[in-house]
Design a binder for this molecule. Structure first.
Ligand SMILES: NC(=O)c1ccc[n+]([C@@H]2O[C@H](COP(=O)([O-])OP(=O)(O)OC[C@H]3O[C@@H](n4cnc5c(N)ncnc54)[C@H](O)[C@@H]3O)[C@@H](O)[C@H]2O)c1
Length: 254
């Protein structure tokens, strides 16, 4: 499939996990891909199997405005336009309110929420020119609360509702804004959890499809939302969770 021939896609947090799978998916589908992350070496490694003529890596921190402006400028300088922005960079942090420092709270909000605002604002004029779209990686943690993760819940809840609000504000601009809400997915972020068999089993008991997510599961839905196939889909957050979110939260009875 080459749904993205001649299109330029920026993916943040692209050196690992869901971001890397997403960058690979867009590259396989013909896009020019701009991989953004904090570590230049990790990005170069992530991009090594992609068609170099259609690949650009830029080291930058999405919570720093000068960095995101440089990303937008470099993408346009290299490829002439920006059609799709995937706001995927993020960090997770656990801890209840009596355990959370202001510094840690600020870090989660700065990267997970403010980063989405800054990156989107930096590329908005280009997206408008290209009639492009934004896909945000929220989380099931941005659709409801978790135990002991309130800062992450606050940030991802913000991403979910920002997605809906930006879709409204984009009225008449031609820009679509959507998101994905993955559940437990096998990446570096969840490596420790995945090593805890009893914990994974608890997740599986509440997941009708009976397995954890893989980065490629999420990448496929991100690519769909960014594609012409989703041309009339706007302001939605699609759970990519094997059915977890279909439950009202009560435990399995059988
Ligand atoms: N893995 C899961 O179970 C899961 C579930 C739901 C949502 N998510 C979300 O998916 C997204 C991707 O996470 P992942 O699971 O692939 O983990 P990951 O740790 O492999 O990927 C996150 C990436 O973001 C990058 N990053 C972090 N802070 C950054 C910053 N300030 N600027 C630029 N890049 C930065 C990291 O370097 C990393 O490459 C995150 O937003 C995460 O919250 C993950």
């Amino acid at each position: 499939m080459t749904r993205f021939d001649g299109k330029t896609v920026i993916v943040t947090g692209a050196s690992s996990g869901i971001g890397l799978a997403t960058a690979q998916r867009f590259s396989e589908e013909g896009a020019n891909v701009v991989l953004v992350g904090r570590d230049a070496e990790a990005l170069a490694k992530a991009a090594r199997n992609m068609d170099q003529a259609r690949t650009l890596t830029i080291a930058g921190d999405v919570s720093r405005e000068p960095d995101v402006i440089s990303v937008a400028e470099a993408a346009v300088a290299r490829f002439g336009a920006i059609n799709v922005l995937v706001n995927n960079a993020g960090i997770a942090m656990s801890g209840r309110i009596d355990e959370m420092s202001l510094e840690d709270w600020q870090k989660v909000i700065d990267i997970d929420l403010t980063g989405v605002f800054l990156m989107s604002r930096a590329v908005w004029p280009q997206l408008e020119k290209a009639q492009g779209s934004v896909v945000n990686t929220s989380s099931v943690s941005g659709l409801g609360g978790d135990w002991g993760m309130f800062a992450y819940n606050a940030a991802k809840g913000g991403v979910s509702n920002m997605t809906r609000a930006l879709a409204l504000d984009a009225r008449d601009s031609g820009i679509r804004v959507n998101g994905v809400a993955p559940a437990l997915t096998r990446t570096g972020m969840t490596e420790e959890m995945m090593g805890d068999e009893a914990l994974v089993q608890k997740f599986l008991e509440r997941t009708p499809l009976g397995r954890v997510g893989e980065p490629e599961d999420v990448a496929a839905v991100i690519a769909f939302l960014a594609s012409e196939d989703a041309r009339f889909v706007n302001g939605v957050i699609i759970p990519v969770d094997g059915g977890l979110h279909a439950s009202n939260g009560q435990p399995p009875q059988a």
